[in-house]
Write a protein that binds this ligand. Structure first.
Ligand code: GAL
Length: 672
């Protein structure tokens, strides 16, 4: 496994974009920076197979030998995310079709349909050729399959595959009609052949249809991945095989479900916020990645037990610019290191980047790189060298993050919350997750992420932000958790619908009504600019509800307006545990206060209670050994009470560590 050795450091290396003389300089600079792993050839299909069945591997032979000679290991990519022009010309039927029925043209990347046999066959042919030639090359650490499975399609091949998938999922048309509630608007299907992908239609589409299509497509992309993986595995079972995930909907798959199929969860992360939001987004991304890795570990036979460390890797991040709408923001000095260590603190076995060297042309010519356009005599390359040194100093760090709080996350709920026809288009699933995570992060709580059904031993507080789809098993899982003494905090839009996106009756959230001792009789979605006032001085936005209590106590009430004096936040003591319900999107300060109250009531403490505001503290533990990461995200010096040895400076720390503005420390803490 890549994760058995030193922390991984490197990124996407595209030697095909450069003349051969640059390659030797690349390897020399990689050595200088301490780079030890690079992804090679990720978009090199047209250079590897310039015509059907004609392979040109000579350049790749040279590159791999050079890298091997320089001690840099290779994650060899299969280049299938970017078929060459000859492929698209020969197989126009493999070009993807949009929901509007428009067939896209060659000219970018990712322009193929993953359900089309011609594409799948061509992808397997180039993968086979690479495996035959390189599976035992000494430079190889493993395979980086494809790149960010991030496409979708509505062509006839897809429609046929979708129908096949539906027959397996539903068995017969009666079950499908029931699941999709096709009695509404005369949509009853009497023959499988009548079903297509959810293409653009006159008015609101069917939610069950949309949801099943997303599930199907996630499975289709997964099948495209696993067939390559199986072929590569057969060529050399010793190599690590993975593909890179991305958050949000860029890669439209259920990452948790995919986690059992990769040897290593590998995640790309590009924050979109430029202020402190970038650090908050980084923390959430890393906590999600760790959750997927743990998820995989729990389910894979012979893997570490719950609570054990599950390896994952930050596979891509930006060395410099943060991309915001319409412009790029140059990262401040030290921020690349802080972002990288925030990932390592949360379990990433290293820090990898897109990309090694900035190209002279192409669509992403201004994307940042470890070797920027200015060349190695640059701030970015000096920080690249410094980061390599820092990662070497952290080689002893291991173990997992200790967290007693977890967010429960479900990809399908996110998909369903994008459906048209909801009471409001404002709630955004990722935003709901981020708000809950941000509140915990700002208070300094360590936070894991789980999917419904995961083991909950050791967690004192589970937070369910907008978990819209809850099936009976998940409802039972939550009931068991609270009965057993767990604390649960549920927000609006959770448990409203079942796994087919059918509304559960009897008051919202139908799946959790009894557990919460409260239910909503009516929703009151708010305009983007509107707020509701709360009697503790806070405010709510986006959403409000008319709540009726059936056993819960009121913690916070609405004040003013139609909901005046009605409950907004409730608490229900059930069995040995407690279930909280929050019926509006609290402002950040109130959300933080509420989660702090719930966490303390659950007996949870922050990672480093004396850390000042703006200093992020994350602890990794392995048995009796522990490492405390302290990241100063403020622009002034900070002192944090702590003791141990700062691995980055090899300095013993007796009582407190002083962090420079934007500075970091990683303490090996004293045992006991
Ligand atoms: C990633 C992708 C890379 C590069 C990067 C920067 O999503 O995998 O190939 O495009 O974004 O935009």
């Amino acid at each position: 496994m890549w994760t058995d050795g030193p922390l991984c450091y490197g990124g996407d290396y595209n030697p095909e974009q450069w003349p051969a003389q640059v390659w030797s300089e690349d390897v020399a600079l990689m050595r200088q920076a301490g780079v030890n792993l690079v992804t090679v050839g990720v978009f090199a299909w047209s250079r590897l197979e310039p015509a059907p069945g004609r392979y040109t591997f000579d350049w790749l032979d040279q590159v791999l030998d050079l890298l091997h000679g320089g001690g840099v290991r290779v994650a060899l990519a299969t280049p299938t995310a970017s078929p060459p022009p000859w492929f698209s010309l020969a197989h126009p039927g493999a070009l993807p079709v949009t929901a509007d029925g428009i067939r896209l043209h060659h000219g970018s990347r990712d322009t193929y349909c993953a359900a089309t046999p011609a594409y799948r066959d061509a992808a397997l042919r180039i993968t086979t050729a690479l495996a035959d030639r390189y599976a035992h090359h000494p430079a190889l650490a493993g395979w980086h399959v494809h790149n960010e499975y991030g496409t979708t399609c509505h062509c006839e091949h897809t429609a046929r595959a979708f129908r096949r998938w539906l027959t397996t999922r539903h068995g017969d048309l009666a079950a499908l009609n029931d699941a999709w509630v096709t009695s509404f608007w005369s949509q009853h299907y009497s023959d499988w052949a009548q079903i297509s992908t959810p293409r653009a239609t006159q008015y609101l589409p069917n939610p069950g249809h949309l949801l099943d299509f997303r599930r199907f497509w996630s499975d289709t992309l997964l099948a495209a991945y696993t067939e390559q993986r199986d072929l590569l595995r057969a060529a050399n079972p010793a190599l690590t095989i993975t593909t890179n995930y991305v958050l949000g909907d860029w890669v439209p798959v259920d990452h948790a479900r995919w986690a059992t199929e990769v040897d290593l969860v590998a995640v790309d992360h590009y924050p979109s916020a430029v202020d402190g939001g970038a650090e908050e987004q980084t923390a959430l991304a890393a906590d999600l990645a760790r959750g997927w890795a743990r998820h995989a570990a729990h389910r894979r036979p012979g893997s570490p037990p719950a609570g054990g460390a599950a390896a994952w890797l930050l596979m891509e991040s930006a060395p410099n610019q943060i991309h915001t709408a319409g412009r790029m923001h140059t990262k401040e000095p030290g921020r690349m290191l802080r972002h990288s260590l925030a990932h390592v603190a949360r379990g990433s076995h290293g820090a990898m980047f897109f990309q090694w060297r900035a190209p002279v042309g192409g669509a992403e010519r201004f994307h940042s790189a470890l070797v920027p356009h200015a060349g190695p005599d640059s701030r970015v390359f000096r920080e690249t060298v410094a980061l390599g040194a820092a990662l070497r100093q952290l080689s002893e760090v291991r173990g997992s993050v200790e967290a007693a709080v977890a967010l429960v996350v479900d990809a399908a709920s996110g998909w369903a919350l994008r459906h048209p026809g909801l009471p409001s288009a404002l709630p955004d699933y990722h935003d709901e997750l981020a708000a809950a995570h941000r509140a915990l992060w700002r208070s300094g709580y360590a936070c894991d992420t789980l999917t419904p059904g995961d083991p909950v031993d050791g967690y004192r507080l589970l937070v369910l932000p907008a978990l819209y789809l809850i099936d009976d098993d998940a409802a039972e899982w939550l009931r068991g958790y609270v009965d057993g003494g767990g604390h649960l905090l549920v927000t609006y839009l959770s448990g409203v619908a079942d796994e087919h996106a059918r509304v559960r009756l009897g008051g919202y959230p139908g799946a959790l009504r009894e557990l919460l001792g409260a239910y909503a009789e009516e929703f009151h979605p708010l305009d983007a600019a509107d707020q509701v006032r709360l009697d503790d001085g806070g405010t709510g936005r986006i959403w409000a509800e008319t709540l009726r209590l059936t056993g819960a106590d009121t913690v916070v009430s609405y004040t003013g307006g139609v909901l005046d004096a009605m409950p907004a936040v409730t608490r229900h003591r059930v069995g040995a545990g407690t279930a909280w319900y929050v019926s509006t999107r609290l402002d950040d300060t109130s959300y933080r206060r509420l989660l702090d109250t719930a966490a303390r009531a659950a007996g949870v403490t922050t990672v480093c209670p004396d850390a000042p505001e703006g200093v992020e503290a994350v602890r990794r533990r392995d048995g009796a050994a522990s490492w405390l990461f302290l990241l100063n995200h403020t622009d002034h010096e900070q002192r944090v009470p702590a003791s141990g040895v700062d691995l980055l400076t090899a300095t013993p720390i007796e009582r407190a560590v002083t962090l420079a503005p934007g500075g970091v420390a990683v303490l090996r803490e004293h045992k006991g």
